[in-house]
Design a protein around this ligand. Sequence first.
Ligand SMILES: *[C@@H]1O[C@H](CO)[C@@H](O)[C@H](O)[C@H]1NC(C)=O
Ligand SMILES: *[C@@H]1O[C@H](CO)[C@@H](O)[C@H](O)[C@H]1NC(C)=O
Ligand SMILES: *[C@@H]1O[C@H](CO)[C@@H](O)[C@H](O)[C@H]1NC(C)=O
Ligand SMILES: *[C@@H]1O[C@H](CO)[C@@H](O)[C@H](O)[C@H]1NC(C)=O
Ligand SMILES: *[C@@H]1O[C@H](CO)[C@@H](O)[C@H](O)[C@H]1NC(C)=O
Ligand SMILES: [Zn+2]
Length: 491
Amino acid sequence: MLIYMIPGGCRPLFYLLAMVLTLVSPHTLNHHEHQDHSEKERPKLLLVSFDGFRWDYIYRVPTPNFRSIMDEGVKVEFVENIYITKTYPNHYSMVTGLYAEMHGIVANEMYDPALNLSFSMETDSVYDSRWWEQAVPLWVTVQKDGGRSGAAMWPGSDVLIHGMFPTQYLQYNASVSFETRVQQIIEWFSAPKGEAVDFGILYWEEPDESGHNLGPQSPLMDAIIAGIDEKLGFLMNELKKSGLYEKVNLIVTSDHGMAQLSPEKIIELDQYLDRDLYTWVDKSPVVGILPKEGKFDEVYGLLADANPNLVVYRKDDIPEHFHYQHNVRIMPILLEAKEGWTIMQNRTGLFMLGNHGYNNTLRDMQPIFVARGPAFRQNYVKTSMRSVDLYPLMCHILAIRPLPNNGSLLNVQDLLSLEPTTSTPISTHFTVPPKIHRYSYAPVVGSFIGVVMVLGFLVVYVILVTLKQRPALKHRSWEMSQPLLQEDLHL
Ligand SMILES: *[C@@H]1O[C@H](CO)[C@@H](O)[C@H](O)[C@H]1NC(C)=O
Ligand SMILES: *[C@@H]1O[C@H](CO)[C@@H](O)[C@H](O)[C@H]1NC(C)=O
Ligand SMILES: *[C@@H]1O[C@H](CO)[C@@H](O)[C@H](O)[C@H]1NC(C)=O
Ligand SMILES: *[C@@H]1O[C@H](CO)[C@@H](O)[C@H](O)[C@H]1NC(C)=O
Ligand SMILES: *[C@@H]1O[C@H](CO)[C@@H](O)[C@H](O)[C@H]1NC(C)=O
Ligand SMILES: [Zn+2]
């Protein structure tokens, strides 16, 4: 009855009031008191990466499952990932919120002069903890907070890092099907209270592999993309079958996009300098050059203006915006090909039709991002974010205090549902983070927020009713006022 007395434009506020009253009702308070003495019910989060799923793939073929996540949740159009736009650096940034120079996984293949060791994603060197311990991945932080995590083949998730593995994880094995990985994750999430994981991470190698082999422009990629959408559908269906779909916050994203290459666009280093002058580290299109002892000037001189499609940086001159400089694992000279070009020593060897690694501001290098679940708004499209902002967002959803990082929750806060949650909002300020008493103060905090919101509602209601006479404000909506809340305080 009351609702019919409220002008149309104010109905969202009415619902808010109703929600607040529910929150502070005696029943809710009792519920919270009981929770104090039992196992904490933590929010659930599943992060999924389809390797090399470029932002625009969903516009190429019908992708009904991606669409339904977008309709039920959020989508971000432009995700600026981190430089270099390769697999290992970006996957570690997603779970640490750090640029590659900070987390230390600066490439898929690395040389560390301090350790005198080489790393390659194709060898057992990935299992050497020392490569990973310049940062702490989110699963370790979740576990140190008393939570549980489950990892299905996420890069680094089967490595002992700071003395921990994920609570549940699979040893990396590319032959294990997507469906098996999903079923394993579902099983971990569905375990009895006290054993179920709170944070899951799931990795799949496609469409990266096909993108490299076929080139992103190939019409054959259409079927590959449709196949990924089916895989996503399988995951959604399994979540539904096990009753997790409405409980779990699901984020589906990727590490990078893919650029079309051409055998006409090859830069042959052998044409410019002798192989004896340097050591080659990593792979095209961004290659580290370690000049032999005393040969730096000679090597730099020979390469600097060698080829118009080759950008050559001294380590000290790598542009600030790449945040790719301050780490011993970044070589004294860095080569970057222009988009579509391939750096090789000579023309023999493997040539791919698609690749990534280039400038992270290039649209072709950027990944997809969609998410849904209780923490997220519905049917909301955001223009842009940085992939380092994902980490503070995930920490917020999991009610975990974030470690120092390069992201900002304020940049992505508008993705979150406006409904009050049981967890206290957490500042991304990392200098003196407050200790969070997550549940014991919940009823008090809830009542306080409730009272403030009721008062706020009344004030806003009175203002809106007063202003309603003014035609200019007639179509003002709750949504439109959102950007005002998103001021970047630069954390
Ligand atoms: C680095 O390790 C290699 C063996 O992998 C060894 O031959 C070389 O002498 C070492 N260099 C230094 C500076 O210790
Ligand atoms: C990898 O998985 C495949 C398929 O499940 C299995 O046949 C194979 O034995 C596994 N390899 C290892 C090393 O575990
Ligand atoms: C290219 O380099 C390989 C060694 O990586 C060498 O065996 C081959 O002869 C070279 N080809 C040409 C055409 O120089
Ligand atoms: C990377 O791209 C940005 C804009 O897209 C451009 O300003 C910058 O010069 C590029 N850097 C390199 C090294 O290509
Ligand atoms: C990234 O975050 C780390 C940890 O807070 C900080 O030390 C570093 O200065 C940040 N880098 C940039 C470029 O802001
Ligand atoms: Zn990748």
